[in-house]
Ligand binder design. Structure first.
Ligand SMILES: [Zn+2]
Length: 67
């Protein structure tokens, strides 16, 4: 069958988010629906695209050095 969001054909038996090809397209469709209903209640933050700092867990990964 064909996904109504991305228009790609997919195996409906393998999809966890029918009638869409996957969770991503289901979320996109839900977002569109909510956007039309509530006319964008959430204002997108222009700085939200920046990646979060990911330096904390690396210190935990360090092996015990020569002591
Ligand atoms: Zn899709």
């Amino acid at each position: 069958m064909r996904c109504p969001v991305c228009k790609r054909e997919f195996d409906e038996a393998a999809s966890p988010a029918l009638p869409f090809c996957g969770e991503r397209c289901r979320t996109i469709d839900l977002g569109r629906w909510l956007g039309e209903t509530y006319s964008m209640p959430v204002i997108p933050d222009p700085e939200a695209d920046e990646l979060p700092e990911a330096g904390d867990f690396e210190s935990e990964n360090s092996e015990n050095g020569p002591q």
